[in-house]
Design a protein around this ligand. Structure first.
Ligand code: LMR
Length: 396
């Protein structure tokens, strides 16, 4: 049977992890996969997470199943993290939150739910979007189309074209929006643009689907949720895929959630039951550990304060690296070419070089990034910034 299968090339992002590991050069720099790194190039376990784990180790008294919806305490608290304590004014019985294995589990189970809604549904994703959106959504059976988003010549959002495209959509369309810290381009919608998207959704009837994988990594927990909260307050139906990989540093613990906003309490109950039956049929139930950590942190005021300080430190480091890169490139004679880096947010930006130049950076200088020239800003530090900037300038 297996002879019908031919090899698939390594994933464009995850493949970089093993290529980097195997590179013997000491000056190599990993700007590939999106994990936060500190000044020493390490991805730390947060202190708030360590403390919560200590508590769990002491207090956990069973490993019995947690059920397809996961941990209800976690679900409630994550719902409030996304929509704020007053749920953005939305009646709580219209909102369902279900724990999932990471943001990927959230995206896939929500895609399966959309397929169950019947009708030929098209999901519109930004051009460009995170590469893994395509298999996560497409393999569930959704038709994927792109709306204009990033303008490589100005390194900003081509909002007029985006709005013109979304303005043509209708009730059988879903629109995937990056809640903040756009992956891969780092260019986010500003508040006025979010307000315009909310108005477009109201006028055309498309259903917004927000991928919120980096809440707290851009400008702050509340600031980064502006768009999703405006949508929740103004549209009848909304889907959100959220992740604790980045903001809690829980990458390998696979901790995420799907939030569904339905038009009524009755509809919410039916929709949630469908989602739970999908989950039962794919992975049955999510792993417990990561969500138990998040729940423990968010139910304890002192740990929550510690976590928000740790999150702010990660965010501030990335944002100061963005400014530092701009000034370092300027000092080295690049003019204003890289000024856009400081205007963008989150872990990623495109350097704006071609695939050949990306390969040269890797072959000649041991600098690893995705072929699209997406680089992980957090991978830069004081030990490698000059090597990075000089190498980039040498391949231009
Ligand atoms: C990334 O975009 O690098 C991260 O979200 C990791 C991944 O799974 O691709």
């Amino acid at each position: 049977m297996f002879e019908t299968l031919s090899p698939v090339p390594p994933d464009a992002i995850l493949g970089l992890m093993s290529a980097f590991r195997e590179d013997p050069r000491t000056e190599k720099v990993d700007l590939g996969v999106g994990v936060y790194k500190d000044e020493a190039g390490h991805t730390p376990v947060l202190e708030s997470v360590k403390r919560a784990e200590g508590h769990l180790l002491e207090q956990e008294d069973t490993k019995a199943y947690i059920g397809p919806a996961g941990d209800e305490g976690y679900n409630q608290r994550v719902g409030r993290l996304i929509l704020s304590d007053d749920l953005s004014g939305v009646a709580s019985d219209r909102v369902s939150v279900v724990q999932t294995p990471g943001g990927c589990g959230a995206l896939r189970s929500a895609a399966e739910l959309i397929v169950r809604c019947g009708d030929e549904t098209t999901i519109w994703v930004p051009d460009p979007t995170w590469a893994n959106h395509v298999p996560l959504l497409g393999d569930a059976g959704l038709t994927i189309r792109e709306y204009p988003y990033f303008d490589a010549t100005t390194s900003s959002v081509r909002f007029d074209e985006m709005a013109a495209c979304l303005g043509q959509l209708g009730r059988s369309d879903i629109v995937l929006l990056h809640g903040c810290c756009h992956n891969p381009c780092g260019a986010d919608l500003d508040r006025e643009q979010w307000d315009a998207v909310v108005a477009l959704a109201g006028r055309t009837g498309f259903t917004p689907f927000v991928d919120l994988a980096y809440q707290g990594f851009g400008d702050g927990l509340d600031e980064d949720a502006y768009g999703v909260r405006q949508l929740a307050a103004n549209v009848p139906e909304l889907i959100v895929a959220s992740s604790c990989s980045k903001n809690f540093g829980l990458y390998r613990e696979r901790t995420g959630a799907v939030m569904l906003l339905s038009s009524s309490a009755k509809q919410a109950a039916a929709t949630k039951s469908q989602l739970l039956s999908i989950i039962r049929g794919i992975y049955s139930m999510p792993p417990s550990h990561g969500a138990a950590i998040v729940d423990h942190i968010l139910r304890d005021a002192e740990l929550t304060a510690l976590w928000t300080r740790e999150l702010a430190a990660m965010r501030d480091r990335i944002n100061s690296l963005r400014s530092l890169l701009v000034s370092r490139f300027q000092e080295k004679g690049a003019g204003s070419r890289f000024d856009f880096i400081a205007r963008q947010r989150g872990m990623f930006s495109f350097l704006g070089i071609d695939e050949r130049q990306v390969s040269l950076l890797r072959e000649r200088h041991g600098i690893y990034m995705v072929g699209s020239s997406r680089f992980n800003v957090a991978g830069v530090n004081s030990a490698n910034i000059d090597h990075f900037c000089d190498s980039v300038l040498s391949v231009l």
